[in-house]
Write a protein that binds this ligand. Structure first.
Ligand code: NDP
Length: 300
């Protein structure tokens, strides 16, 4: 089974009938190219950035994104030095591997980069977080609390508001029922906002520009309120001159630019054949390996 797009979704909100669920032949081992393997997805991630990718290409319109899956290659310890061995299957903690596409994965790191790397928060400052109960926002709330900040959070339902309070937010409000955004922000942060971690953009960003403290910083992480906007419905920011008046800094960023570059020696000191494994191990103590020593036991 696969999900594709029936057609491009260039403007406006995507509709359910833009998608097609269909049956297609599954890949078979024999048809794989070198370096390919078959993956069975366990979890597929839904992320706001995917909206920008629903534009399609060619005659088919595949959809892709982050995921967690299993394939026919396994790694881990302790592998026996045998050409074939059996291994106990370990009961898998589902919650731990689904976090690879959540708190421990791209969204969690997005929160870290925006708040910590870019805005450099200081103890005692006030941070305002929009969409605070979401994948990115809930990490930002907790990182900020751990650094001694006062956290003001917004979310779109009372349940979500309670949730972000349970994470440690000092004040939280439902932006759908609060009335004037500027009034609600001023009430929650009477002395102003030092750091705004913005997931939403549009009118909420506009209101916050008026509530920032001098020299405030804005992590412009996302603008989900605008992703489905058309030229008729797009919100036009009015308070941008506050960037000058209040000497603000706004950081736009894409998390993938911050993924670590490999810091290891990209060189493998390969020894072929299990029978050569003992010598390969002893060589380490003589220093005759250069780079990471591995033993090649078999080809696929
Ligand atoms: P979330 O888990 O926060 O899900 C999206 C949430 O956004 C919804 O639950 C909803 O929460 C809120 N929302 C939806 N529509 C609107 C609207 N019109 N106005 C206000 N709020 C709205 O998503 P993520 O945490 O994954 O992403 C959050 C933001 O971060 C997105 O804008 C995304 O594009 C961005 N992002 C940016 C990255 C980067 O590299 N810069 C990387 C990853 C994400 P509620 O009920 O509270 O309204």
């Amino acid at each position: 089974t696969r999900v594709t797009l029936v057609q491009n979704v260039p403007t406006g909100a995507p509709m359910l009938n833009d998608f097609k669920v269909e049956t297609a032949p599954a890949p078979v081992e024999a048809s794989l190219n070198a370096n390919e393997l078959i993956i069975r997805p366990l979890y597929l991630s839904c992320d706001p950035y995917m909206r920008g990718r629903l534009t399609g290409s060619g005659d088919r319109y595949p959809i892709d994104g982050l995921g967690v899956g299993i394939g026919d290659v396994v790694t881990g310890g302790m592998f026996k030095w045998e050409s074939k061995f059996s291994l106990w299957r370990q009961a898998t903690q589902e919650a731990s591997y689904v976090n690879l596409i959540g708190a421990l994965g791209m969204p969690g790191f997005t929160g870290y980069v925006g708040l910590v790397t870019l805005c450099q928060p200081k103890k005692g400052e006030t941070v305002l977080v929009s969409a605070a109960s979401g994948a990115v926002g809930q990490i930002v709330v907790q990182l900020a609390k751990a650094r001694g900040l006062r956290v003001v959070a917004t979310a779109g339902s009372d349940d979500k508001v309670e949730y972000v309070k349970s994470l440690g937010a000092d004040v939280a409000f439902n932006y759908k029922t609060c009335g004037s955004f500027a009034k609600a922000i001023r009430q929650a942060a009477p002395e102003g906002v030092d750091i705004f971690f913005d997931n939403v953009g549009g009118e909420f960003l506009d209101a916050t520009l008026n509530c920032m403290k001098p020299f405030g910083r804005i992590a412009e992480c996302g603008m989900i309120s605008q992703y489905n906007a058309t030229s008729e419905t797009a919100y036009h920011i009015r308070n941008l001159s506050q960037m000058i008046n209040k000497k603000l800094t706004m950081y736009g960023y894409i998390v993938s630019d911050y993924y670590a570059k490999p810091a290891y020696k990209d060189f493998i000191s390969e020894v072929a054949g299990l029978e050569n494994a003992p010598q390969a191990l002893l060589d380490l103590f003589e220093g005759s390996n250069f780079g990471k020593r591995v033993i090649k036991v078999a080809s696929r």
